[in-house]
Design a protein. Structure first.
Length: 356
């Protein structure tokens, strides 16, 4: 019999569009190995990997155990296998925040950042349909951070960077960071802000409270600093996104706005624009762990500003990325498309066609 071509119904079922894609904006990756940083820089405090058995490694800091990780933290093939099972297409990669190393000497932090960024760019170049990378920069030296940001974007092709919620205890509203914000604004980059070095951490070590209580507070600290300090106002072309559903900010926006209203002498000293005016000006990931909180987040921050984010491959993240969005009955199909990919592509500033 003469071949009549592929039936239309079969072609329709296999042709994908950007609406079908799923993007996870919050995943962490490390190289499998890196130089002995204590030997290289001449002082300690850095993380090294101890590959103590196949498929596993201990993150060690000056011989002290920090965390055990699996090969999915460094092996892109394993990551893609697991994400195929999750039915998620694209991972936005960022380093593990403990690698920020803002406490280190400026040039050493720059050197380490460049090493991590080169690895990130290489991984994305090898699997361009599966990975997008965010760099890391030495924020304690804002001029160097601006220089490395430009290299990440112009030379390495990354759409942006991940930074911490504070830099050695200094809020992101501090004037010292102006050179970095100026460059980020000029380049029109995506900036993902992730909690680290949590305030009060030494007093709340028991019960994992730095992660359960400190991290949400840290993220609100960062958002409030950027709003009250006028960073969002002065640099409108930076596309900010915040981890863990914006931390405690969304659930306390009423308190924050009320404080601004009743004590402008304390809150409005650097920016006279109300906090609620910035709703819709930044993105948050969806990592809130409950359908009720996701519904609140969508209503509060907006259905156009929430992106799938899992914190993969760590246990405090969403263990099946995308399941919360799938199971949230209050979301329409169009809203799910926004949360699964559309909002992420807008935040990243990348064309979804490249992933099809």
């Amino acid at each position: 019999a003469e071949y009549m071509g592929t039936p239309e119904f079969f072609m329709a079922s296999t042709t994908r569009s950007p609406r079908d894609l799923r993007v996870d904006i919050h995943t962490h990756i490390l190289p499998r190995d890196w130089p002995n940083l204590k030997e290289k820089y001449g002082y300690g405090g850095f993380i090294q990997l101890d590959h103590h058995k196949p498929g596993y490694a201990r993150m060690m800091k000056d011989g002290t155990f920090f965390r055990e990780i699996h090969c999915n933290c460094w092996d892109p093939e394993r990551r893609m296998e697991e994400y195929d099972a999750f039915n998620v297409d694209v991972q936005v990669l960022s380093t593990v925040p403990v690698m920020f190393s803002y406490w280190a000497k400026d040039e050493d932090c720059l050197d380490l950042s460049m090493y991590l960024n080169d690895h990130m760019a290489q991984t994305c170049a090898e699997y361009p349909k599966r990975f997008v990378g965010l760099g890391t920069v030495p924020m304690q030296a804002p001029s160097l951070a601006a220089k490395e940001l430009r290299r990440c974007v112009v030379d390495l092709g990354l759409p942006g960077v991940q930074i911490g919620t504070n830099v050695n205890g200094v809020n992101l509203s501090d004037p010292m960071f102006e050179p970095f914000w100026e460059e980020a604004n000029a380049l029109k980059v995506a900036v993902f802000i992730h909690p680290w070095n949590m305030m009060g951490e030494s007093e709340i070590q028991k019960y994992w409270l730095p992660w359960l209580v400190g991290m949400p507070a840290e993220t609100s600290r960062a958002i409030c600093s950027l709003i009250f300090g006028g960073v969002l106002e002065r640099f409108p072309d930076i596309r900010f996104a915040f981890a863990h559903g914006g931390g405690s900010f969304p659930s306390t926006i009423g308190r924050i706005q009320h404080g601004f209203d009743v004590r402008p002498d304390l809150c409005a000293i650097d920016n006279s624009v109300a906090p609620t005016e910035y709703i819709g000006r930044f993105w948050c990931d969806s990592l809130v762990h409950s359908p009720e909180m996701l519904e609140f987040l969508v209503k509060t921050i907006g259905e156009d500003r929430i992106c799938l984010g899992s914190d993969y491959p760590f246990p405090l993240g969403e263990l099946h990325p995308g399941k919360l969005i799938e199971s949230a009955d209050m979301l329409s199909d169009d809203q799910r498309v926004k949360l699964f990919s559309q909002n992420a592509f807008e935040w990243l500033g990348v064309d979804p066609e490249r992933f099809l």
